[in-house]
Design a protein around this ligand. Structure first.
Ligand SMILES: Cc1ncc(COP(=O)(O)O)c(C=O)c1O
Length: 393
C-alpha cells in the first residue's frame, strides 16, 4: 500500500492524551533495529539468538520494574495496552459477593469491566464522585469500605480534565484495610513519577503508546507482592509444555502466547529516552506550554474550561466548550480550517462528563505532549479565538 498523501508540516497535534505523536524517531529506529536483529520468538528455544531475544524481554521487565518502584521483575507482566491490563486485573480479582470501589473520573476501560462483573458475577460496585475540582477525596473512598471490599480502582490522571488523584493517600487507606488498590496510570506513566511500593499500589496498569512513547499494542501490569490476580487466559508460555494447566508463577501466570517483541523493545528504548531527559524535565516542558495554552483560552469570550484551571496536581490536558456550539463542530473547524488535531465528545469517560454537565455532547479536549512547541499552543489559542468570535458575532 502506498502511504496516503498528507501535509505533516501543517499539522498542529494537540491530541497527545489519545496517543503521543510523533514518537521520537530515535526510539522507533532503535526498536525496529532490535526487531530486525532479534525478532525470533523470545524464550521459546535454547539457541543463542532466541536466548538473546529473551534477554531483551527480561531486561525490559527489570528496567520497568525499577521505573515503577517495584521489587520483583517477574511481577511486571506485559499486556496489549491499558484496557487489556485493566480487564486482566478486574476480572482476575473480583468474584461473586465481592465489593469494589471506583470513581467518576474513570475511563471506560475501568467502568465497563466493573459494570460487567457487577452484572455477570454479582459484584457490588460503587463509583465515588470526584469533588468539583475533579479530585477524588480519599476519605470519600474510605467511607465506602465494607468487609467484602476487595478492590479499589482509581484513575491516576484524567484524560478529560487532567486532574491527578492523590493515589498515595488512597493507597495508605487501602493498605490499612488489606484492600487491593489498582491504579490506571494510562495518562501518567512516563510523565509523572510512580512508586508502587511508596504509593501502596497493588496493581498498576499502564499503556505504552501515550507518555511512555512506545508503539501501540504494548502495555502491562506491575502486580505487587501479596496481590493475587488470577489468570483469565490460558495457553502457551514457552516453558513446561507437558503441564496441562496454565502456569501459576509470574510472569507466565498473566502472559500467554508470543509477546509483542517490537513493542517491548520500543518500551525499553522509550524508557531510556525519558530517563535521559528526566520525568521532571518532560513534565515541566509540557506544563509550561499548557499554562500558556490555558491562560490564552481562559481570556477568550465565550470559552468555558471544564473541571479545574489549577496547575497543581495536573496533567497538560484540558476540556473546553464554546457557548452555543456543539463541540463536534468546534473540533471539525479546528481540523478543517486550522489543521489542529483535538478530540471531541465524551473521550470514553462518560461519568465525569455527566458530573460536569457535559454528558450529552462532551467537550473539545486539547492535550500537550513532549514534542509540542510554543507555536502549537499559540495556533490553538488563535484558532479558538477566531471560531468563538465568528460564532458569537
Ligand atoms: C485514563 C485512561 N485509561 C485507559 C485508557 C485506555 O488506554 P488504551 O487504549 O491504551 O488501552 C486511556 C486511553 O485513552 C485513558 O486515557
Amino acid at each position: 500500500m502506498d502511504l496516503p498523501a498528507f501535509d505533516f508540516e501543517k499539522l498542529v497535534y494537540l491530541d497527545n492524551a489519545a496517543t503521543t505523536y510523533p514518537k521520537p524517531v530515535e526510539i522507533l529506529e532503535a526498536a525496529t533495529l532490535a526487531y530486525e536483529r532479534f525478532g525470533v520468538n523470545p524464550g521459546r528455544s535454547g539457541y543463542d539468538l532466541c536466548v538473546a531475544a529473551g534477554d531483551v524481554v527480561v531486561e525490559t521487565r527489570r528496567e520497568l520494574t525499577r521505573f515503577f518502584g517495584g521489587s520483583d521483575p517477574n511481577r511486571l507482566v506485559f499486556a496489549y495496552n491499558a484496557t487489556d491490563a485493566l480487564n486482566t486485573i478486574i476480572l482476575g480479582i473480583l468474584g461473586p459477593g465481592d465489593h469494589a470501589i471506583s470513581t467518576t473520573v474513570e475511563h471506560n476501560s475501568v467502568i465497563r469491566p466493573l459494570n460487567h462483573v457487577a452484572r455477570d458475577r454479582g459484584v457490588a460496585v460503587d463509583f465515588v464522585p470526584a469533588e468539583a475540582n475533579g479530585i477524588v477525596d480519599p476519605e470519600r473512598i474510605a467511607a465506602r469500605f465494607r468487609p467484602e471490599t476487595r478492590l479499589v480502582v482509581v484513575n491516576h490522571g484524567s484524560n478529560v480534565i487532567g486532574t491527578i488523584q492523590p493515589v498515595g493517600e488512597i493507597g495508605r487507606l487501602c493498605r490499612e484495610r488489606g484492600i487491593v488498590l489498582a491504579v490506571d496510570a494510562s495518562q501518567t506513566a512516563g510523565v509523572v513519577p510512580i512508586d508502587v511500593q511508596a504509593m501502596g499500589i497493588g496493581a498498576l496498569a499502564f499503556t505504552g503508546h501515550k507518555s511512555l512513547l512506545a508503539p501501540t499494542g504494548i502495555g502491562g501490569i506491575y502486580v505487587s507482592e501479596g496481590v493475587e490476580v488470577h489468570t483469565t487466559r490460558f495457553g502457551g508460555t514457552g516453558v513446561h509444555s507437558k503441564e496441562p494447566f496454565h502456569l501459576d508463577n509470574y510472569p507466565y501466570r498473566l502472559e500467554s502466547g508470543t509477546p509483542n517483541f517490537l513493542g517491548i523493545a520500543g518500551l525499553h528504548y522509550a524508557q531510556k529516552w525519558i530517563e535521559e531527559r528526566t520525568l521532571d524535565g518532560i513534565y515541566r516542558h509540557e506544563m509550561e506550554l499548557f499554562a500558556r495554552l490555558q491562560a490564552g483560552l481562559e481570556a477568550i469570550d465565550g470559552v468555558t474550561l471544564h473541571g479545574t484551571t489549577s496547575l497543581e496536581h495536573r496533567l497538560p490536558v484540558l476540556s473546553l466548550t464554546i457557548r452555543g456550539m456543539d463541540p463536534a463542530d468546534v473540533g471539525m473547524m479546528l481540523d478543517v480550517d486550522f489543521n489542529i488535531a483535538s478530540r471531541t465528545g465524551l473521550q470514553c469517560a462518560p461519568l465525569i462528563h455527566q458530573q460536569m454537565g457535559t454528558g450529552e455532547r462532551g467537550t473539545v479536549r486539547l492535550s500537550v505532549g513532549p514534542t509540542n512547541r510554543p507555536s502549537d499552543v499559540d495556533a490553538a489559542i488563535d484558532a479558538v479565538r477566531e471560531i468563538s468570535r465568528d460564532h458569537l458575532s
